[in-house]
Design a protein around this ligand. Structure first.
Ligand code: SF4
Length: 434
């Protein structure tokens, strides 16, 4: 067969192909051969992961069956997955059989990967042409010079200190790195607390989850003065400027509504330039209203599902309901502000007919301008268990078909990955109002 071969890893992390097996993928719990046209070379800036305790599964073209193998030429082997660079959407999860000793996988996204004529291939597509997080645009020396420059420029600003010391230097956060390079989207974390308990929260994990959060939450609340000191110059001077409250290193920014409202007012009294954005769980419509009144330009609301049953199973909301999230999105419409869904993708579930029907209903109700597709960072088996997805019939259409059908059904919606600058908030994305 003219297909990529199954990629596997030995225990030392050496990755190689199995010559008699084709790569396979998984959607929901179904093993699948990737569609050839859906395969692209592994994007620059992606990583490959060995999946410990998981036997790689490939497709045997002779027997026409999927098979799991535990060794190659007598050496023990493990499954392999790709962690794709930002701006790409995954179509298939990796195929493997977990052994009883398989540890829970850390909070990254796992995509099927194979080897073909000297290159790794993944079933995926680039969803956003914006290059703001492309690894080739990050020069480590310039970033460090920019980091030192920011510390020198704002010596007493704790928030700038956090962005430089933790986000740039520890986490390698692309948004924070762009801030010190004085370009594009600048992160503004404010909230140490959250009112949700997402299963795959990257900033706080209970010990019993057996995974660690990939970032620590900010441990102080910045002042208005600290916020405006660096965000106003960013909005004034950076190309395609956006500042975004609501980051991976914090909780829920709506819990700091008064602080953010006052900051927005003071920023807007100093500059009209750029976009002030809020990444949020959308839990507090009343607070959000005060932010729109203060001058908030756009929101990005995260959700893994348009069905409250699955939303609740993942978000574990503490003091709000899915209806509040819907109301927040509706508010954006009422204020005629830009709204994006930050829609967490899970092949087989996202494109499941029941989920698609619910998403259509939600979109028709709240009319978002954009859908940002985010590959969910979680162990696929953990997610499947928590949401009880095994109970679902395999009634899904495939992620490529999902994308095509969504574009056809909602022609005004911009599909992408990043919060857009003002230049990209085009009239046609508000087309539903005409
Ligand atoms: S809303 Fe964000 S900060 Fe809160 S639990 Fe979920 S991922 Fe974590």
């Amino acid at each position: 067969m003219d297909m990529p071969l199954l990629a596997v890893s030995d225990d030392r992390g050496n990755i190689f192909e199995i010559p008699h097996l084709c790569m396979a993928g998984v959607a929901l719990a179904e093993q699948r051969l990737p569609v050839k046209d859906d395969l692209i070379p592994l994007p620059h800036g992606s990583n490959l992961f060995m999946l410990p305790g998981r036997l790689p599964t490939g497709y045997d073209p002779e027997t026409r069956r999927f098979v799991s193998i535990d060794n190659y030429q007598g050496e023990k082997i493990n499954a392999v997955a790709a962690f794709m660079a930002p701006a790409y959407v995954q179509f298939l999860l990796p195929a493997y059989t977990s052994t009883p000793s398989a540890p829970r996988l850390p909070l990254y996204c796992y995509t099927a990967v194979g080897w073909y004529k000297g290159k790794f291939y993944v079933p995926a597509a680039r969803i956003d042409a914006d290059t703001r997080q492309d690894l080739r645009l990050f020069d480590e020396k310039k970033i460090e010079r920019g980091a030192q420059n920011m510390l020198h420029r704002y010596p007493r600003n704790r928030l700038v200190g956090h962005l430089v010391e933790k986000c740039v230097r520890c986490y390698g956060c692309p948004a924070a790195r762009n801030f010190v390079m004085e370009r594009w989207e600048c992160p503004v974390p404010t909230s140490p607390a959250c009112n949700a308990g997402c299963v795959g929260c990257i900033s706080l994990q209970p010990r019993q989850s057996n995974v660690v959060s990939s970032q620590e939450r900010i441990d102080f609340t910045p002042t208005v003065a600290e916020i405006i000191e660096f965000t106003v110059p960013h909005l004034e001077q950076a190309p395609r400027a956006v500042i975004s409250f609501g980051q991976g290193c914090e909780g829920e920014p709506l819990l700091e509504g008064e602080l953010i409202a006052e900051s927005i007012k003071q920023i807007r009294s100093r500059t009209k330039k750029g976009i002030i954005n809020l990444n949020t769980n959308g839990s507090r419509p009343e607070t959000l209203k005060s932010l729109f009144e203060a001058g908030l330009d756009s929101i990005r609301v995260s959700l893994n599902s348009a069905q409250d049953k699955y939303y609740n199973a993942y978000y574990n909301p503490r003091d709000y309901k899915f209806d509040d999230v819907v109301q927040s999105l509706t508010l954006a419409r009422d204020f005629n502000r830009w709204s994006s869904l930050n829609y967490l993708i899970f092949p087989g579930f996202t494109d499941h007919k029941t989920e698609m029907a619910a998403l259509h209903t939600l979109i028709n109700k709240v009319k978002p301008n954009m859908i940002q597709t985010r590959n969910l960072n979680i162990d696929p088996e953990w997610y499947t268990q928590e949401l009880k997805l095994a109970e679902l019939a395999p009634d899904f259409i495939g992620m490529r078909n999902w994308l095509d059908s969504m574009r056809t059904a909602f022609p005004w919606i911009k599909f992408g990955y990043f919060n857009p600058p003002r230049e990209e908030m085009k009239k046609e994305h508000f087309g539903f109002t005409s």
